[in-house]
Design a protein around this ligand. Structure first.
Ligand code: SAM
Length: 310
């Protein structure tokens, strides 16, 4: 860990940025044929932005800590991307909500902000972000809460924002396995599987695997996230986007995944057909890899199998 960055860096995290994510972003950039717009929490050293900056034409960087926000300006300067970087010093939940709002409501809410902040947010509200990297260094359902969890709301608001602008994008998410909400996860798994049971899909193997107390090398919270995060994203996005999982990884005590969201082009007057079972089955087929460095610092990969739906 460097003295400027209080968040843990690791060989595994670097490996993911350098190989899987860089390749996914480069493929996507080639497909769209223009530099990509990034939205995320790059922190003081902007290591993710630094790794991908040749592919990026714009950076929206969110940070709640004023000292780190200042360091991010310096990092952007050093990288030569100061002109294409907007740093917004704010809680992610707050900015996500402001981005999801319709224009009238946003205008009223933004009136409470300083003019310089209003200008930045108005600008960002019109940017089609191609990559959203959410690495919050905490759990998905981590905070004490009433009703919907704060992180779940953040994800829903960002998807609503992207849906308003009809943007195709890659969402990269890292969550710590240390988390509260065991019962919420398990209830969500049980209820989702019950719904699938109603359309005559045999979910018995999935139920055993996702709700088991003990599966060697696969802690319960990893299995809970592996099911609940893509399922939740699919649930909130399916009306607007086709959702595909680009991969899932487990390293140290973190779950990490990248998903591709593509707006539906041929929606009929009643919207997308429901239930979106085939898409959901596809999401559950995503392989998960455990990453661990060997003595030489080379990353070893191990597949962590899970049952799928036929
Ligand atoms: C783990 S670091 C990001 C590391 C970066 N993605 C990289 O690849 O090096 C997370 C950053 O997000 C900030 N952060 C965490 N939760 C936040 C929140 N809810 N709102 C705003 N900033 C947050 C932290 O202060 C920290 O600087």
């Amino acid at each position: 860990m460097s003295k400027n960055n209080p968040f843990p860096e690791s060989i595994e995290k670097d490996y993911l940025r350098r190989f899987h994510l860089l390749h996914s972003l480069a493929d996507y950039q080639e497909l769209v044929g223009r530099p990509l717009a990034y939205f995320g929490l790059p922190s003081a050293e902007m290591r993710d932005v630094a790794m991908w900056h040749s592919l990026l034409g714009h950076v929206t960087a969110i940070e709640r800590d004023p000292t780190l926000a200042l360091q991010m300006y310096r990092a952007a300067q050093k990288l030569g991307i100061r002109e294409k970087t907007i740093v917004i010093e704010m809680q992610l939940a707050e900015i996500a909500k402001l981005l999801a709002m319709e224009d009238k409501e946003a205008k009223l809410s933004l009136a409470l902000q300083w003019p310089s902040v209003q200008n930045k947010i108005n600008l960002v509200r019109n940017i089609r972000h191609d990559v959203i990297n959410l690495d919050l260094c905490g759990g998905f359902l981590y905070q004490d809460r009433r009703g919907e969890s704060e992180n779940a709301k953040v994800l829903r608001h960002l998807i609503e924002f992207q849906a308003k602008l009809k943007t195709t994008f890659i969402m990269i998410i890292t969550f710590a396995l240390r988390d509260t909400g065991k019962d919420d996860y398990d209830d969500f798994i049980i209820e989702t599987l019950e719904q699938l049971g109603k359309v005559k899909i045999d979910t018995s193997d999935l139920r055993k695997y996702y709700l088991a107390d003990d599966i060697e090398g696969q802690p319960p919270n990893l299995r809970r996230l592996r099911f609940c995060l893509p399922a939740y994203l699919h649930k909130v996005a399916f009306e607007y986007f086709h959702v595909r999982n680009l991969g899932a990884w487990y390293y140290k005590t973190f779950y990490h995944t990248a998903l591709f969201f593509e707006p539906h082009h041929s929606r009929n007057a009643l919207g997308k057909t429901w239930p979106p079972v085939e898409e959901f089955k596809e999401l559950l087929r995503t392989p998960m890899l455990r990453l661990e460095p060997d003595n030489q610092g080379q990353i070893l990969k191990k597949s962590l199998p899970a049952p799928t739906l036929l």
